[in-house]
Design a binder for this molecule. Sequence first.
Ligand SMILES: *Cc1c(COP(=O)(O)O)cnc(C)c1O
Length: 487
Amino acid sequence: MRNVQSTQLIFELSKPGRRAHRLPPADVPTPEVSSLYPSASLRTRLPALPEVAEGDVVRHFTNLSTLNMSVDTHFYPLGSCTMKYNPKRNERLAGLAGVADLHPLQSESTIQGMLELLYRLQGYLAEISGLPAVSLQPAAGAHGELTALMTAVAYFKHKGESDRRVVLVPDSSHGTNPASAKVIGLETVTVRSCPDGSVDVEDLKSKVNSRTAVFMITNPSTLGLFEKQIKQIAALVHGVGGLIYLDGANMNAILGIARPGDFGADMMHYNPHKTFSGPHGGGGPGAGPICVRDFLEPYLPVPRVEKSGERYILNADHPHSIGRVRSFFGNVGVLVRAYCYICSLGGSGLRAASEQAVLNANYLRSRISPLLPVPHAGPCMHEFVASAAALKKQRGLTAMDLAKRLLDFGFHAPTVYFPLTVPEAVMIEPTETESKETMDAFVRAIELILEEDQELVHAAPHSTAISRPDEVSAARKPVVRWTPTPT
Ligand SMILES: *Cc1c(COP(=O)(O)O)cnc(C)c1O
């Protein structure tokens, strides 16, 4: 049963005079505070801090920590986001004093070990992508998109092709793709998909021209399908002098099996917090390293981790660089976890992880498609998109209702209403780390929900601390400050 106290604020538990502990009297001379600071800076009233006993504090925060679902507590099949298990070994290694206690302003000579780790990581990312030049700086996938587009703009400018201002995006693309283009003032043009989910090559042909800068493609796509025409698409875009950008959010499907650089991509980002098991969610830090072809290397951000003789250096001496895109050296803690993950699995292990992810997704797809139709023919890659459109028509239940009711069964909701090309989309990604038993339990929950009373499902979730918040207001106008009600 849920503890009703857990939804209270710590301030509301306050009772005058309650204390967690008292500090012992100081055993050194303590000057009067008023002799140290100007009187104008001193408080005249005590701050209104909550007064609570230690036990109350411990219970309060322990209970709070259980209100959200996480990969450590629940199956989390959030399509596109790749919520795989976060190995505890990575946490232990990233927390080692020699890693976690480094200061970003330390001199190069004292961080040789970290620079070597980052240098090697660059090499691994280049090898996995088939694209030789790497920047680890971007702070998230979306930031990687932006950085790569800026790199492309600098490249075209240097070539005297500044009028290439158009970025093409498929209609199934992630919202960050067109957003990244807009942020730096590029135009976006949408390319249609065919009914089977692939890019409509005829539509693409009619839209590529001498103003095309970049075609941003997610492959495998957000429908969980590998774009079989990718070589033809790349040839079309390259034919007019444009570049192919690969949104690498779905790399979990193809590690060690196919390399973007080999199927035509000129630039890409990784989401280490997805593909390489970094913890994420709740807005926590990610990273968005990018890999590019050698002719784009001069424009990558600085400083770059390089090797000079036996030393590792941070080299800012690249005159055509777009400059810095992140303070210090990016989200190094996330990069360390990615490095540990890649080293733990090794080449064959990464490939095995992708194969298992694809197998799991196809198992779940075959079990769920009789319940919720999957509009695109299989087999799928690491995820698939089902549709609740028929359910809505027949029973008035939406993808949102289903997602909310799953929470009551102890499952984090799948991604819903994305991609936009599938009505009432339910996007499911089990990842390689889930067992058959867990996936079977998830299918069983959906079977049960489909038999339930409509009103019950409409009003779900019933077991969470809050039920259906206004999600837009919660994101755009969060209330993060507690104000006491006057007594
Ligand atoms: C997650 C995701 C992104 C954005 O990555 P962030 O690291 O969240 O900024 C871009 N494209 C796709 C397809 C994604 O799934």
